[in-house]
Write a protein that binds this ligand. Structure first.
Ligand code: ARG
Length: 247
C-alpha cells in the first residue's frame, strides 16, 4: 500500500477501451449547424462533421451512433458520458478548454455577417454595427454571441435558440444582422438570403474548430490527432471539404 501503488492501480484506462467494448462510437452534436450537421429528407444526419464521425467509427471498427443534443447542454452531456466525443463545429475557447480536451483543429473559421439588404453599402464591417440602433442576432451560447458582446457591445443583441431563427429574423427584416460562423452564413445566404440580405464574408474573429473529449485521456487525444493527420494525407479531408465547405 504505498501511495505509488494506489496510483498505479487507479490509473485510468483510455476511453478508447470503452468504445471498443461497446462496439459504438457515440458522437454528440447539434443538428442545424449547416454545413457541419443537418438532417436530410430521410431523417439522416449529414454534413462535414458527420462524414468525419462515420469515418472515425469505421477506423475503430465500431458502429457510428449519432447523438443529437441541445447545444447549451452539450459539454455537460459529454462530461456525464452521454456520448464519447463532440463533433459539432465547436470553437476552441479557453473557457471550454478548462472543462474538456480538444483535438487539433480540423478547420479554422471566423465570425461573419448576414446583413439586411437595406443597409447595403452603408454597413461594411462589424465596426459599423456598434450602435444601439442596430439589432443583431445570434445563437445563444455560441462564439457568435460572445463576439457581439465583446466586439460590438453597443449594438442591441437578440439571442435565439437556433441559428436558423436568428437568420430568419434578418431575412424578414425584423433584425439588422446575424453574426455567426462564416460557413453557416454562406449556406444560409445562398439558400434563402439572396435578394434580401448581403453576405459580409470577411471573418473578423479567429476560430479553430475541434473535436472535444473528456480530459485526462492522452491516448484518445493521440488517436484523434493521428486520425486527422491521416484524413489530410490520404485525400479524405479534401474530398469532404470540397463537398460541404466549398460548394
Ligand atoms: N463555432 C461556434 C461555437 O463553438 C458555433 C457552433 C454551433 N454548433 C451548433 N451545432 N449549433 O460556439
Amino acid at each position: 500500500g504505498s501511495a505509488f501503488g494506489a496510483d498505479i492501480e487507479l490509473a485510468k484506462k483510455s476511453h478508447i477501451q470503452k468504445i471498443l467494448e461497446r462496439g459504438e462510437l457515440r458522437v454528440g452534436f447539434e443538428s442545424g449547424y449547416m454545413p457541419f450537421e443537418m438532417t436530410n429528407k430521410k431523417g439522416e444526419f449529414i454534413g462535414f462533421d458527420m462524414d468525419f464521425g462515420r469515418r472515425m467509427a469505421k477506423a475503430m471498427g465500431v458502429k457510428f451512433v449519432p447523438v443529437n443534443t441541445a447545444w447549451d447542454g452539450i459539454i455537460p452531456a459529454l462530461v456525464t458520458d452521454k456520448f464519447d466525443i463532440i463533433m459539432g463545429g465547436m470553437t476552441i475557447t479557453q473557457e471550454r478548454n478548462l472543462k474538456v480536451a480538444f483535438s487539433n483543429p480540423y478547420i479554422v473559421v471566423g465570425q461573419a455577417i448576414l446583413l439586411n439588404k437595406k443597409h447595403e453599402g452603408k454597413v461594411k464591417s462589424y465596426k459599423d454595427l456598434n450602435d444601439p440602433k442596430y439589432i443583431l442576432t445570434s445563437r445563444m451560447g455560441t462564439t457568435g454571441e460572445q463576439a457581439i458582446k465583446r466586439m460590438i457591445p453597443k449594438a442591441t443583441y437578440k439571442g435565439f435558440e437556433s441559428e436558423a431563427e436568428g437568420g430568419m429574423e434578418v431575412i424578414n427584416g425584423k433584425a439588422d444582422a446575424l453574426v455567426y460562423d462564416l460557413p453557416f452564413i454562406g449556406v444560409l445566404y445562398s439558400s434563402q438570403g439572396q435578394g434580401k440580405t448581403v453576405f459580409l464574408d470577411q471573418p473578423f474573429t479567429y476560430e479553430p474548430l475541434a473535436w472535444a473529449i473528456n480530459q485526462g485521456d492522452p491516448d484518445f487525444l493521440n488517436f484523434l490527432n493521428n486520425f486527422l493527420m491521416q484524413c489530410k494525407g490520404d485525400g479524405f479531408y479534401e474530398k469532404v471539404y470540397n463537398k460541404w465547405i466549398l460548394s
